[in-house]
Design a protein around this ligand. Structure first.
Ligand SMILES: C[S@@+](CC[C@H](N)C(=O)[O-])C[C@H]1O[C@@H](n2cnc3c(N)ncnc32)[C@H](O)[C@@H]1O
Ligand code: SF4
Length: 334
C-alpha cells in the first residue's frame, strides 16, 4: 500500500492538492482536536507610531525577533500548512523587512495581507505592490478618526489608500465601531466605493481585564450595535462593497453573538513579536499570555500542540465563514 506520507506529498504541488490537504486538516481539527496553523496573525512588532485610545498595545513592551528569526518562523509555518498570514502589530510597516517576508510566503503559495494604520503608506506603497491585500484602519470621518487615532492620521491613511490604488494593490478598510464612528457608516461605505476598496467593521472589544480606562465609554450599547448592523445589512442588500456576508449580518441584527470561529488554537494562531505562539491575539489579552511556547525553540507545530486550552469567546472574525476564508475571496462574500 502506498505510504500515507507519499500520498500527502503527491497532493502538495497542485492547487487542488492543497485544497485537499486543507480539508483533511479542517476535518481532523474538528473530529480529533488536532492543531494546524492554517490562518495566522503574525504580530511582527508591538511598537507603534500611534497610540489609539482603545488599543492595548501601546503601553506593552515585547522583546522582538530579528528579521532572520521572523523569516525562520515563517518558513516553519509554511511547512506546517499555513494558507493565509496577516502581518500586523503594532504597526507592521515599522519593520523594513516586511516586503521580503511577503514575497517569502507568497513563493510558498500563501495569501499574504498586511494590516496597517496607513501612516507610512504613501511612501511605502511601492514596497507593498505584491501584497494580496492591504487592510487600512479608517475610523470614520476625519474628526472621529483623529480623536481616537491621533491628529493627521486620517489624512495620511486616505493618501495611503490612494497610493495603494495607484500601484494596483487590493484594499480593505477596517473600521472600529464605537460611539464615535457609528454615525459614519455611510461615509465609510462611500469611501470604499470610491476607492475601489471593500469595507469591514468590527465592534470595539476588549480581552477580559484589558479595557483601557479612556476607552470604556466608547462601547456601544447592544441596541445601538444591532441598529448599526441593520444599517450595514441595508447597504449590503443594496450592493455595497462590504466584506460581511448577509448571513452574518442577519444574525447580528437579531443580536446573536457573532458565530464563534472555533478556530482559535485549532486552525488559527497568532505569533507574538517575541516568538510565542498563542491561540488568538484578539480575545486572549496579551498582557496575560503566559505559558505559551516560543516558535523558535521547538518549532511552530510543537508550540501549537502544547498551547494551553483556550475557549474562544467569539469575536468579529466570525464574519468570515470558513469556506470564504479558504477561497480567500472575502470581497466577494454574498
Ligand atoms: C492592533 S491593530 C494593528 C495594525 C495597525 N496598527 C492598525 O491599526 O491597523 C489591528 C486592528 O485592530 C483594531 N483594534 C485595536 N484595538 C481594538 C479594540 N479594542 N477593539 C476592536 N478593534 C481594535 C485596529 O483598529 C486595527 O484595525
Ligand atoms: S495604530 Fe494599530 S497598533 Fe497602533 S495603537 Fe492604533 S490600533 Fe494599536
Amino acid at each position: 500500500m502506498m505510504d500515507a506520507r507519499l500520498l500527502w506529498a503527491f497532493f502538495r504541488p497542485s492547487a487542488w492538492g492543497r485544497r485537499a490537504q486543507d480539508l483533511v486538516r479542517v476535518l481532523s481539527a474538528h473530529a480529533f482536536g488536532t492543531r494546524h496553523p492554517l490562518f495566522v496573525q503574525f504580530l511582527v512588532t508591538a511598537r507603534c507610531n500611534l497610540a489609539c485610545t482603545y488599543c492595548e498595545l501601546p503601553p506593552m513592551r515585547f522583546a522582538e525577533m530579528t528579521d532572520a528569526e521572523v523569516s525562520g518562523v515563517l518558513d516553519d509555518l509554511c511547512a506546517a500548512g499555513m494558507r493565509k498570514v496577516s502581518f500586523t502589530g503594532g504597526e507592521p510597516l515599522l519593520r523594513a523587512a516586511l516586503p521580503a517576508w511577503i514575497r517569502q510566503v507568497q513563493a510558498r503559495g500563501v495569501f499574504a495581507n498586511v494590516i496597517t494604520n496607513g501612516w507610512f503608506l504613501e511612501e511605502r506603497a511601492e514596497d507593498l505592490r505584491g501584497a494580496d491585500l492591504v487592510v487600512v484602519s479608517v475610523d470614520g470621518r476625519e474628526e472621529a478618526h483623529d480623536a481616537v487615532r491621533g491628529p493627521g492620521s486620517h489624512a495620511r491613511a486616505l493618501r495611503g489608500i490612494e497610493a495603494l490604488r495607484r500601484v494596483g494593490v487590493r484594499v480593505m478598510t477596517s473600521t472600529v465601531l464605537h460611539r464615535g464612528t457609528v454615525d459614519d457608516i455611510a461615509y465609510i461605505v462611500d469611501l470604499a466605493r470610491h476607492s475601489g476598496a471593500v469595507a469591514i467593521f468590527q465592534p470595539v472589544e476588549f480581552a477580559p481585564g484589558c479595557t483601557p480606562a479612556a476607552a470604556a465609554d466608547l462601547v456601544l450599547p447592544p441596541d445601538d450595535l444591532r441598529a448599526a448592523y441593520g444599517r450595514l445589512l441595508d447597504f449590503k442588500r443594496a450592493g455595497a462593497p462590504l466584506a460581511y456576508s448577509k448571513w452574518f449580518l442577519e444574525r447580528a441584527v437579531r443580536g446573536e453573538r457573532p458565530r464563534q470561529c472555533r478556530m482559535a488554537g485549532r486552525l488559527f494562531c497568532s505569533v507574538l513579536p517575541d516568538g510565542r505562539v498563542v491561540p488568538c491575539n484578539v480575545l486572549l489579552g496579551l498582557a496575560t499570555a503566559d505559558g505559551f511556547l516560543d516558535a523558535r525553540q521547538g518549532g511552530v507545530r510543537e508550540a501549537m500542540r502544547r498551547m494551553p486550552r483556550f475557549e474562544c469567546g467569539g469575536c468579529a472574525a466570525g464574519y468570515q465563514p470558513l469556506d470564504a476564508m479558504l477561497r480567500w475571496r472575502l470581497w466577494e462574500l454574498r
